[in-house]
Design a protein around this ligand. Structure first.
Ligand code: NDP
Ligand code: MG
Length: 386
């Protein structure tokens, strides 16, 4: 039995996705084994997780926490490393066969590249990786015969709808969006909204960055770009519809007009579980959706004028090159500034747009160009913040 277990590396194990993934490992401990856990700076939780799940390796990105983690885990025969570079290097030595990328933002890019080069199957939560460098990532996956199984609920839904179908028969996909806490509001209503209001997502409990992205609709914009790369689509094939109940996780429309939808309760454990076991479906103990509990499923069109970030994402996708990388980096700085009360809600999209206009455009970027673009955008964004 021991030999048949899937060996999992969880990058970002102390976050919202990471902790839910570990709950699945506990439930499926006959089938899953943790090889690697990583965190940014939450040493206490990382230590607790390592004691409970006994990985071979852990990484704490924040080097000042290294000794604290090492002191506890060394005697348990768990190897401890520190720094972001160590997360990348570990991808070369770990025996993990599947890597769950659950870090937040751009930090997921380089470790994901290393994991692909080392032929690990990718369970992708970190959508920013595909937003920043989708062309290079998909090409690397093809060269290394590596599959990406999406964890983002919308993309997992589309992936599930496409099982057994030919991509030639796909007409378009319909990504559902909850609309976030400010659904139906206009720009004037959003002038003074606070961080606390923006952090109150109606349906999902997630990390702070993606929760703000959901309130600005940047999250849906990032997901549009993520879908383009995952499923090889052009922008006319990606539609967004607001569905406040978050029961239909997304849909695929085929050339004959038939539409398939994947449904369930809004619970990220389901797509994580699916990604771990695909192509198998395993019994789970997750709460089940009952139609008798659902009064209605409703749909509205999104408002990309009020929620400018969604429009910017379509523009970045249309432009191609390093434009989505610029948008992503600007947005990371903008969200961080909003969370620190340095800018107002509507200024997030304003900063993103300014950076898209100011940072140098590169039509055919290589990896180094993406790294430079990310750094340059952050510098200009900070400058614009004053
Ligand atoms: P969280 O903020 O809850 O967790 C992020 C994790 O990454 C933590 O373990 C954190 O460590 C670690 N981390 C953060 N920054 C760095 C860094 N610079 N270097 C190394 N590690 C880092 O995020 P979520 O779990 O919400 O989201 C993770 C990813 O999954 C994001 O890309 C998000 O878009 C995507 N996603 C999330 C969903 C959700 O429901 N939460 C749904 C769909 C996609 P520490 O705890 O020490 O800070
Ligand atoms: Mg999503």
């Amino acid at each position: 039995m021991e030999n048949e277990k899937k060996k999992i590396a969880i990058l970002g194990s102390t976050g919202s996705i990471g902790t839910q993934a570990l709950e699945i490992v506990s439930e499926q401990s006959d089938f899953l084994q943790v090889e690697v856990l990583t965190a940014n700076s939450n040493a206490d939780l990382l230590i607790k997780q390592a004691i409970a799940y006994k990985p071979n390796h852990v990484v704490i990105a924040d080097e000042s926490k290294y000794l604290q983690v090492k002191e506890v885990l060394d005697p348990l025969d768990i190897k401890v490393f520190a720094g972001n570079k160590a997360i990348e290097e570990l991808m070369e030595i770990t025996e993990a066969d599947t890597v769950l990328t659950a870090m937040v933002g751009y930090s997921g890019l380089l470790p994901t590249i290393k994991a692909i080069e080392n032929k690990k199957r990718i369970a992708l939560a970190n959508k920013e990786t595909l937003v920043v460098a989708g062309e290079i990532i998909t090409q690397l996956c093809a060269e290394n015969h590596v599959d990406i199984i999406p964890v983002d609920s919308e993309h997992s839904a589309i992936f599930q709808c496409l099982v057994g179908e030919s991509l030639d028969a796909l007409d378009k996909i319909i990504l559902t969006a909850s609309g976030g806490p400010f659904r139906g509001k206009k720009r004037d209503d959003l002038l003074e909204v606070t961080k606390l209001q923006a952090l109150k997502h109606p349906n999902w409990s997630m990390g702070a960055k993606i929760t703000i992205d959901s309130a600005t609709l940047m999250n849906k914009g990032l997901e549009v770009i993520e879908a383009k790369w995952l499923f090889g689509l052009n922008q006319k094939q990606i539609e967004v519809v607001v569905h406040p109940q978050s029961i239909i996780h997304s849909m695929v429309e085929f050339t004959d007009g038939s539409i398939k939808a994947q449904m369930g309760l809004p619970d990220m454990k389901l797509p994580i579980h699916y990604a771990f076991f695909f192509p198998e479906r395993k019994l789970s103990s997750f709460p089940r959706m009952r139609f008798s509990d659902i009064q209605q499923l409703t749909f509205e069109m999104p408002d990309p004028i009020t929620f400018r970030n969604l429009g910017l994402a379509y523009e970045a996708m249309d432009k191609g090159g390093n434009m989505a990388c610029i948008l992503n980096a600007a947005n990371e700085i903008a969200v961080d500034a909003f969370l620190k009360d340095k800018i107002k809600f509507l200024q997030i999209a304003e900063l993103n747009e300014k950076c898209m206009n100011q940072v140098g455009f590169i039509q055919k970027p290589n990896i180094q160009d993406y790294i430079n673009t990310d750094l340059e955008t952050r510098r200009i964004a900070q400058q614009l913040l004053g």
